[in-house]
Design a protein around this ligand. Structure first.
Ligand SMILES: *[C@@H]1O[C@H](CO)[C@@H](O)[C@H](O)[C@H]1NC(C)=O
Ligand SMILES: *[C@@H]1O[C@H](CO)[C@@H](O)[C@H](O)[C@H]1NC(C)=O
Ligand SMILES: *[C@@H]1O[C@H](CO)[C@@H](O)[C@H](O)[C@H]1NC(C)=O
Ligand SMILES: *[C@@H]1O[C@H](CO)[C@@H](O)[C@H](O)[C@H]1NC(C)=O
Ligand SMILES: *[C@@H]1O[C@H](CO)[C@@H](O)[C@H](O)[C@H]1NC(C)=O
Ligand SMILES: *[C@@H]1O[C@H](CO)[C@@H](O)[C@H](O)[C@H]1NC(C)=O
Ligand SMILES: *[C@@H]1O[C@H](CO)[C@@H](O)[C@H](O)[C@H]1NC(C)=O
Ligand SMILES: *[C@@H]1O[C@H](CO)[C@@H](O)[C@H](O)[C@H]1NC(C)=O
Ligand SMILES: *[C@@H]1O[C@H](CO)[C@@H](O)[C@H](O)[C@H]1NC(C)=O
Ligand SMILES: *[C@@H]1O[C@H](CO)[C@@H](O)[C@H](O)[C@H]1NC(C)=O
Ligand SMILES: *[C@@H]1O[C@H](CO)[C@@H](O)[C@H](O)[C@H]1NC(C)=O
Ligand SMILES: *[C@@H]1O[C@H](CO)[C@@H](O)[C@H](O)[C@H]1NC(C)=O
Length: 740
């Protein structure tokens, strides 16, 4: 008996481990025990009234009993099914009970062994179990009690060595066979052929049993252990009723599968069982037993976002991603690469489009602007004017902006020759390699000015005087007109007069010739041109010299055309300080005599070598005033330029000084005309060339008295001008006549 008890104990331990694992899944009706010992008891099984499923001829009652071992006093709790069959484990899916079955054994000292098991409505699993016979002089057979099925094995071992060495249940000492399904009650009969007479030494007994596959691995040592083993686990397939699923579903009352579950045919072929629908887990035999699985907490095929729904789940992608969100679908693709690519392509396209449009637009606008400027700058009027003067059309060219841009290297800083009140002058190289000066005028704007400008350009273009800078053409497409002049290479007269700037100052002969040339040019502007032109800004800075020191009057930016029927025009006073006619400054009335005054100042600059306005000059900053007062005080010799003052020049210097003094008279009418001045200067040059002509002294006398006369009349000059004017003219005419 002690040997059997120890077996029980071992079995109990086995049961315990199995039960623990099953515990978590066990579910019962409310208020029912879900455990018996270590075995979980899930519904439809139950250990007490109302805790198990039942229909007319079937119930799932299991008797949970506790037995106390009489020898050790140890309490053993067992779950008993049917006729004292211990239950080791309960599984709902697959629907299986693991029960404990006795081993049948037979030894030489007993005639035969007989064993049986009845599992009632359930059936012995023919897939999970094997019928095993162990022995060396043994035959055993297995019989289904409810049918005529039998199977048997015969085992004989002639050689002990072979038997001991045998491994696995392969026919020597051990044999395993399978059996048909749906066997509910069976018995096993075990016999010996020879009463173990030959093998009693090493194998006195034979064994036969049904056991769960894997629970018995044959070996000689196992065989020895087998004598101490009385039970093996057996898997029993259970099912609900003996109906098929469609039959069961007809009777809603007895149908065991609750919501979210479905019916499955039993593998044994008898009855059905229930499983939870996909997406649910739990006990399908209980109301609300099948619970939704939150797939999002466990395994799912979502690559980014998971949403649990009843019985299923859906995947999605975060905002900004695209794809179906399933890992084995298109997943969630990061849009950044695509977006960046898209954006860059888009931007490129847009950029190209916009820049093309802009460029086209800009070109159009530029063209329009040029046309607008051309018209605003009087282009059409000028073309008309030029057309009327057929002969001169060839000389005045209308340049395009692009031509001049190329010529000046896009108006580069390095090309700037000078900046003045009227604008900036650039050096330009035309395609034929000729060098020109291009002036960017500062004026521009109202129509009257435009007309004047055009007139000036047209008139200037007609002037072909060797001492006037030639105007080659102009460009009217720009906001401010551009004028293209002859390029004069040797700087301005101012540069040459300025003692500080030039060591090799001009000789007296050159100065005199230059004075004459300027006078001649201005005289020509005043009288010989078709419309009189008043330069308005005669100054040494506007007299250009070429390499031969030939003077060229330039900068007609301030020049005014004086219609023939007017002797003077009213303008806003304009000019350069030091050269500006004081009378014009006072009255704003412009006439030719303003140029005479300015020329007088240039003349004074030529003979004194001083600048028109010098801030560090002691006494008088204004050269004209200083000169006039010096002459009045008879200090002429002190102020003349030492560089040209010598014995042979003295006479001429004095005469030029007197001429200059006349030119800078306050009263314009008392000044000589440019023509007179030019004539006088030419006379002086001629006299120099022919020194036998004398009479300088007489002339200086005349000048002196004239000077006195003018000085007297200065106060009432504004009142009675015409008389004084006439007298000056007469006097001058006389003087010049005399001088020759
Ligand atoms: C149940 O299992 C536990 C361990 O899981 C064990 O300690 C206990 O003894 C077992 N009880 C029975 C009655 O087998
Ligand atoms: C359970 O088993 C015990 C002892 O084996 C027995 O006394 C009892 O009547 C059984 N209970 C039921 C409901 O069969
Ligand atoms: C008992 O049954 C559960 C399923 O219900 C299973 O997981 C477990 O392995 C089984 N234990 C044994 C010892 O067969
Ligand atoms: C037969 O022999 C075995 C072991 O040799 C022994 O356990 C058993 O009690 C014996 N049976 C009878 C009926 O003598
Ligand atoms: C048993 O078999 C082994 C080899 O298979 C052999 O060597 C031995 O002689 C045999 N014994 C008998 C008694 O036949
Ligand atoms: C088998 O042998 C034993 C002892 O050798 C004997 O007691 C027993 O009666 C025999 N059984 C049969 C069925 O011959
Ligand atoms: C039998 O062998 C199998 C595989 O070799 C193993 O899984 C199993 O646990 C063994 N059974 C026993 C009872 O030793
Ligand atoms: C046989 O039983 C002994 C003790 O009862 C044990 O130590 C041994 O592991 C067992 N052999 C096998 C193969 O299970
Ligand atoms: C069987 O069990 C007994 C006592 O429980 C032990 O003495 C004996 O060695 C065991 N036999 C085998 C083969 O393990
Ligand atoms: C199911 O069992 C009932 C009662 O035992 C019996 O009347 C019926 O014939 C069985 N049906 C089938 C298909 O076995
Ligand atoms: C979840 O829904 C999809 C389609 O909507 C379906 O293909 C899939 O089988 C469902 N999964 C479950 C567990 O119901
Ligand atoms: C995802 O994979 C499973 C099996 O791996 C397949 O049945 C299913 O149709 C696949 N779904 C898609 C959307 O490819």
């Amino acid at each position: 008996m002690g040997f059997l008890n120890s077996l029980h104990l071992k079995l109990a331990l086995l049961v315990t481990t199995a039960a623990t694992l099953a515990a978590a899944e066990a579910q019962t009706k409310p208020g029912c025990n879900n455990k018996c010992g270590n075995v979980s008891v899930p519904y439809p099984f139950g250990t007490s009234e109302n805790c198990y499923y039942r229909d007319e001829d079937l119930n799932f009652f299991l008797n949970c009993t506790t037995t106390t071992s009489p020898s050790s006093g140890e309490a053993t709790t067992q779950l008993i099914y049917g006729d004292n069959i211990p239950v080791l484990n309960i599984s709902l899916d697959p629907p299986e009970l693991t029960v404990s079955a006795d081993v049948s054994y037979h030894c030489y000292n007993s005639s035969y062994s007989y064993n049986w098991m009845k599992v009632g409505k359930f059936s012995i699993s023919n897939t999970e179990n094997r019928f095993t016979v162990v022995g060396c002089d043994t035959y055993a057979y297995f019989r289904d009690l409810s049918s005529t099925f039998r199977t048997g094995s015969m085992l004989t071992c002639s050689n002990e060595t072979k038997f001991k060495e045998a491994g696995g249940c392969s026919g020597v000492g051990c044999c395993q066979t399978s059996f048909p399904q749906a066997i509910t009650n069976y018995d096993i009969t075990l016999r010996s052929f020879e009463n173990y007479s030959d093998v009693r030494d090493f194998n006195p007994c034979g064994y036969a049993f049904i056991a769960k596959e894997g629970s018995f691995n044959f070996s000689y040592r196992e065989l020895l252990n087998l004598s101490n083993r009385t039970q093996f686990p057996v898997v029993v397939d259970w099912s609900v009723s003996n109906q098929t699923c469609p039959e069961a579903q007809k009777d809603k009352r007895s149908y065991a599968c609750k919501q979210n579950s479905r019916c499955k045919e039993s593998v044994s072929g008898i009855g059905y069982y229930c499983v939870c629908e996909d997406g649910f887990r739990g006990n399908p035999y209980l109301d609300t037993g099948c619970k939704d699985i939150n797939e999002c907490d466990g395994d799912n095929r979502c690559s980014r976002k998971c949403h649990n729904v009843n019985g299923n789940y859906t995947c999605s992608c975060p905002w900004g991603y695209f794809g179906d969100g399933y890992t084995n679908g298109s997943g969630c693709k990061s849009p950044i690469k695509e977006i960046l690519l898209g954006i860059s392509i888009g931007l490129l396209v847009i950029f190209t489009l916009v820049s093309t449009l802009c460029w086209g637009n800009k070109q159009r606008t530029l063209k329009q602007l040029r046309r607008q400027y051309f018209e605003q700058n009087g282009g059409n009027y000028m073309l008309q004017q030029l057309h009327q003067q057929q002969g001169y059309t060839d000389r005045t060219k209308i340049f395009t902006e692009d031509e001049l841009k190329i010529a000046t290297n896009n108006f580069d800083e390095s090309r700037i020759l000078g900046r003045g009140g009227q604008g900036t002058v650039y050096k330009g190289i035309l395609p034929d390699n000729s060098i020109v000066a291009i002036k960017r005028s500062r004026v521009g704007g109202d129509s009257r000015q435009v007309k004047d400008f055009v007139n000036e350009v047209t008139v200037l273009s007609q002037i072909n005087h060797r001492n006037v800078v030639k105007l080659f053409g102009c460009c009217l497409e720009t906001e401010v007109p551009l004028l293209v002049y002859e390029f004069v290479d040797n700087g301005t007269l101012l540069d040459h007069i300025d003692t500080l700037k030039n060591e090799h100052s001009l000789s007296w002969e050159t100065r005199l010739r230059i004075a004459a040339e300027i006078a001649e040019a201005i005289s020509y502007l005043h009288s010989s041109a078709s419309i009189p032109i008043i330069h308005r800004d005669i100054k040494s800075a506007n007299i250009l010299l070429n390499h031969n020191h030939i003077a060229k009057v330039s900068d007609f930016g301030a020049s005014r055309l004086v219609p023939l029927n007017e002797s003077q025009v009213s303008t806003v006073v304009q000019g350069t300080l030091g050269y500006l006619d004081p009378e014009y400054l006072l009255t704003g009335e412009l006439n030719e005599k303003s140029d005479v005054y300015s020329f007088g100042v240039v003349l004074v600059e030529l003979i004194t070598g001083n600048k028109a306005v010098e801030f560090n000059r002691s006494g008088q900053r204004n050269l004209a005033m200083y000169f006039a007062s010096s002459m009045k005080e008879d200090n002429l010799w002190q102020i003349l330029d030492n560089r040209v003052l010598d014995q042979k020049n003295a006479e001429q210097l004095k005469e030029v000084a007197f001429l200059a003094r006349r030119c800078i008279r306050m009263n314009g009418e008392e000044r000589p005309t440019m023509k007179e001045v030019a004539t006088e200067l030419e006379g002086l040059i001629a006299m120099k060339k022919h020194p036998w002509v004398k009479g300088g002294d007489m002339m200086s006398e005349e000048c002196k008295c004239l000077l006195g006369h003018v000085a007297d009349g200065y106060e009432n000059a504004s009142a009675s001008t015409s008389a004084a004017y006439d007298s000056i003219q007469k006097q001058l005419a006389f003087e010049i006549e005399d001088g020759r």
